[in-house]
Design a protein around this ligand. Structure first.
Ligand code: DHB
Length: 479
C-alpha cells in the first residue's frame, strides 16, 4: 500500500530544517546545470541528468516548497531515443507529492519509502519520460492555504512551457499525476487550464509568461468536489453508524496513525440524514448520462440509476478480480453465480467497507478537518466552506471561506481543456465517496474527453500501485 507520503509524513522538526532557496534572477532553464546520475532498474542502467532545486517563480513566497526538480534521460543529450521518444517528443511526467493538503517538497526518483519499490519518477525515467516534480505550499503554513497549492502547480507548468525550447521533452505533452489531495490537484490542473481566476495569483508570484494547459491527467482517489463531498459521503454511508476513524498524531516528532472506534451521535445521525437528502437534487441537477444514454438520477430515497451506475462499476471491478483468480466469496455484498458477478448491493457494500469519517466528513462543524484548514486564510487558520456546516457550526465566531476561493479548488467547476484523463479510485477507499470520482469521470465524458476510469479491486486510499498500466496509458495517448 503506497499512501501519499512526503510532506504528509514530514514531522515538524524536519520541516523547519527545510532549505529556503534564494529567489531566482530569471526563469531560464538554459542557465541550469545538471549532474549526471544513474540507477539500476530491472537490470537496466538508467542514466539521467538531475536539475534540482529550481525555484519556478520570480517572487516566491516560500521557497521551502516553491521549487521543482527536473530529470532528463541522458539519452536525449546524446541524440538517442527511448521507446520511440526523443528529446523533442518525450512527454513530461509531472507528479506532485501533495498529501493531506499539506505543504510538499519536490520529489526525486527513489524507492518508495513504504513499499520499497521504485516510485513513479524512477519508472517514468526508465521509460524515457522527462520528469518534473514540483513542490507546492500547503495548509499548515499561513501562506499555504487555498488556492496556494494549485497556483504553485500552475506556475510550475508555466515554467515548463516557457522553457519548452530550452529543455528536452515536449511541454505540449505534460502528464500530471497525484494521489488523494494530490489527485484532486492533478485533476484541477487539468480542468482549470488557463482559467482567468488564477491569473492575478500567478502574476503576483512572478510566474513565467506562458499558458498553463496540460495534456493529460492521472489522478488517484481525488479528494475533490469539496462543496459536495459531505453530501456524497452521507449518501454512501448514511445508516452506517459505527466508524473507525484514523487519527494522525504527532507523538514525539513521529507521525502515528491510530484507529479510533466509535459510534455516531444522534446529532451526527441527524446531520447525516440531511446531507444524504441534499445529495439527491445535486445529482439530478447535473444531467449526467451513462454510455447507453440513460440519465443518471436519484429518487427521494437516494436510489436510482446513478446508484446502479456505481454498483455496475463495483461489479466490473469484482469481475476482473475473479477473472484473475481471486476468491471473493467473503464479499457478502456481492452476488456471484458460477464465477459471474450478477449483483452488487451498494448499501451492503458501505456497511462492509465501513465508515471512516464522522458527519460531516470534510467541513467539520468543529473546524477539525484538514479541509477546514485548507480553506483558512493568512489570518484565520480554519474556516467552513459549505453553508450547511456554517449553519451547524459548534465553534463560536467561526467564519466561512469566500466562495470564489472554494470554487477555484474544485475541478468540477471548470470546462476541461485537457483531453485525456486516467482516474483510479480504490474499490474499498473510505476517505471520500466513490461518487466523487465517478461524477468527475461522468462530467468529463459529457465534455467529450477521453476518460479511463476504474475502481481497482482491493485497493484502498492510495495511488501509484499500477505503474505499468499507468505508463501503458501514458504511452498510448502520447504516440
Ligand atoms: C487526504 C486524505 C483525506 O481523507 C482528506 O480528507 C484529505 C486529504 C490525503 O491523503 O491527501
Amino acid at each position: 500500500n503506497q499512501t501519499p507520503s512526503n510532506a504528509a509524513d514530514m514531522d515538524k522538526r524536519q520541516r523547519s530544517e527545510l532549505t529556503r532557496l534564494p529567489a531566482p534572477a530569471d526563469l531560464d532553464f538554459a542557465k541550469q546545470s545538471g549532474s549526471v546520475q544513474q540507477f539500476e532498474l530491472e537490470g537496466q542502467t538508467v542514466r539521467y541528468r538531475a536539475f534540482e532545486n529550481i525555484v519556478y517563480v520570480l517572487n516566491p513566497v516560500d521557497t521551502r516548497y516553491q521549487f521543482m526538480n527536473i530529470y532528463i534521460p541522458e539519452a536525449y543529450f546524446q541524440d538517442e531515443s527511448i521507446d520511440d521518444f526523443t528529446a523533442e517528443t518525450a512527454p513530461i511526467f509531472l507528479p506532485n507529492q501533495v498529501g493531506g493538503y499539506m505543504p510538499a517538497t519536490a520529489g526525486r526518483p527513489e524507492l518508495d519509502k513504504r513499499s520499497g519499490s521504485p516510485n513513479a519518477m524512477m519508472v517514468a525515467l526508465s521509460k524515457g519520460y522527462v520528469v518534473a516534480s514540483a513542490g507546492a505550499r500547503g495548509r499548515t503554513e499561513s501562506t499555504g492555504r487555498a488556492p496556494a497549492a494549485i497556483v504553485d502547480l500552475k506556475a510550475a507548468v508555466r515554467y515548463l512551457k516557457a522553457n519548452d525550447k530550452q529543455m528536452a521533452g515536449d511541454a505540449n505533452k505534460i502528464i500530471s499525476n497525484g494521489t488523494s489531495a494530490g489527485g484532486a490537484l492533478s485533476a484541477l490542473l487539468g480542468t482549470s487550464g488557463n482559467a482567468p481566476e488564477f491569473e492575478p495569483y500567478l502574476q503576483q508570484l512572478g510566474a513565467a509568461t506562458a499558458d498553463d494547459t496540460i495534456f493529460a491527467v492521472s489522478a488517484y482517489c481525488p479528494i475533490a468536489n469539496l462543496e459536495h463531498a459531505d453530501m456524497a459521503y452521507e449518501w454512501q454511508f448514511n445508516g452506517v453508524n459505527d466508524y473507525q476513524k484514523i487519527s494522525i498524531e504527532n507523538v514525539d516528532y513521529r507521525i502515528e496513525r491510530k484507529l479510533i472506534n466509535g459510534v455516531q451521535t444522534s446529532e451526527q445521525i441527524k446531520l447525516s440524514d440531511e446531507l444524504k437528502q441534499a445529495f439527491i437534487p445535486y445529482i439530478n441537477s447535473l444531467n449526467l448520462y451513462n454510455k447507453q444514454g440513460v440519465k443518471l438520477t436519484l429518487d427521494a430515497d437516494g436510489n436510482g440509476s446513478f446508484k446502479r451506475h456505481i454498483e455496475g462499476l463495483l461489479m466490473q471491478s469484482a469481475q476482473e478480480a475473479i477473472n484473475r483468480g481471486e476468491d471473493l466469496s467473503d464479499q457478502t455484498w456481492l452476488t456471484i453465480t458460477n464465477g459471474r458477478v450478477v449483483a452488487a448491493d451498494f448499501a451492503a457494500y458501505a456497511k462492509f467497507v465501513g465508515r471512516q469519517k464522522t458527519t460531516p466528513a470534510f467541513d467539520g462543524i468543529d473546524l477539525s478537518t484538514a479541509e477546514n484548514n485548507l480553506f483558512g486564510d493568512q489570518q484565520v487558520a480554519k474556516k467552513h466552506f459549505t453553508d450547511f456546516s456554517m449553519a451547524n457550526s459548534t465553534v463560536l465566531g467561526a467564519s466561512k471561506a469566500d466562495s470564489r476561493t472554494v470554487y477555484m479548488m474544485n475541478p468540477m467547476n471548470f470546462q476541461s481543456k485537457t483531453k485525456y484523463y486516467r482516474i483510479r479510485h480504490g474499490e474499498n477507499d473510505r476517505d471520500t465517496s466513490l461518487a466523487i470520482s465517478t461524477l468527475m469521470a461522468l462530467k468529463l465524458d459529457k465534455e467529450n474527453k477521453v476518460v479511463d476510469f476504474a475502481l481497482p479491486w482491493g485497493r484502498g486510499h492510495s495511488g501509484d500501485y499500477d505503474l505499468q498500466e499507468l505508463f501503458d496509458w501514458a504511452k498510448s495517448i502520447s504516440a
